[in-house]
Design a protein around this ligand. Sequence first.
Ligand SMILES: C[S@@+](CC[C@H](N)C(=O)[O-])C[C@H]1O[C@@H](n2cnc3c(N)ncnc32)[C@H](O)[C@@H]1O
Length: 424
Amino acid sequence: MADTTATDQDEVERLRAEMVERLVLDGYLVDGAVRRAMRTVPRHRFVPEADRETAHAPYDAVITKKDEHGVAISSVSAPQVQAMMLEQAALRSGDRVLEIGSGGYNAALIAEIVGEQGEVTTVDIDPEVTDRARRLLKESGYGQVRAICADASDGVPEHGPYDAIIVTVGAWDIPPGWVDALSEGGRLVVPLRIRNVTQSLALEREGERLLSRGARICGFVPMQGSDEHTAVQVLLRGDESVVLRFDDEAPADPHALDGVLLTDRVDVWTGVILAPRERIIGLRLYLAATLPGFGTMTVDADKDTGPVAPTNPGFSMAAVNIDDGGHEFAYLVTRRTESGDFEYGVHAFGPRGEAFAEVVAERLRVWDRDHRGGPEPRIELFPITMPVRDLPGQTVITKKHRHITFSWPTPLDGRIPPKTSEGE
Ligand SMILES: C[S@@+](CC[C@H](N)C(=O)[O-])C[C@H]1O[C@@H](n2cnc3c(N)ncnc32)[C@H](O)[C@@H]1O
């Protein structure tokens, strides 16, 4: 949608200013260079399929392509997510940057930040996406951005090494090519799935090790190609009405849960309180990293789900008791308290549902007591060739290419189980 008149121009500039203002007020946009870029790049030109209000909605992605099942496979991400990841990348003028996953708009923001001395390459596996991005970038005055069509698993080394790689597609692992293409001290910002919880990690390369400088919750379309990874689904009622998803270690025998919903539901309340509209930071990652068998649950609210009654049908944190045969499962809920707050609770099923509910509830209480509002965990990623016994950290999740280790700063007095290797 080209701007045809001076009034059009005024309108898009107003919408853009409001979008930026909202992100600043909500605390998602702090960095001056990112703010200037978002004020400058005409976002609406990169999403001509959307009306102007939608194009500037701070928290909404614009879907640009769906697969044959109607599932989104490409989008221009939400401004809030782009601002967050650009800040995580800590880009400097003159940086050489690789963006994985192209839409055009984010690459233009990067080009604004790194300036004329910098270099931007964007890569996408889908030729329709790169053709579109190339055209829109050129039309908007960012023809210097290189748009390449390829599976990005090898990190596009021909234009590296990069000072920063920003991955804008949901990854399950870090392919070796991404680390090799990064200069020493370079930053890799990547939305990484950890037991089905996606965190945008800001990683810094130190030799073969990647050290996280921060983790932020987010959501992305999943990666395709050679590093695609599909979550294991367990259908608890034989259809899509109650689905558990496991992205790392799945229950060894999914049939261990057959008939689990015929057992009585056990409800345990934790005493962990949540204020209305409170932004809970760190709980998902803590549970995902420390609770073996952690996964997520979705429920179709239009179907009969029997005794399964989550607070949010679209997403619940859940876990299967994989340490003990996998016959129990539980999910987190909240209920309103008399004072108007919310309290976390656990619903559990299975022959030893009561004991498992207590295990999950206790993990929540530990987070509340020792980590809530506290420092972020130390997260490090090591090559798969490194023996687990040599790894630092309290818990380890092992993927195909990398081990991820986690340590929470406060002393844990042995409450977290000793180091184990979990994964495929
Ligand atoms: C969320 S979109 C990118 C958004 C974009 N950065 C923007 O400007 O907002 C994710 C893209 O990743 C691409 N993609 C998926 N797997 C890929 C792979 N292995 N290599 C390169 N691109 C991939 C998809 O085709 C999709 O276009």
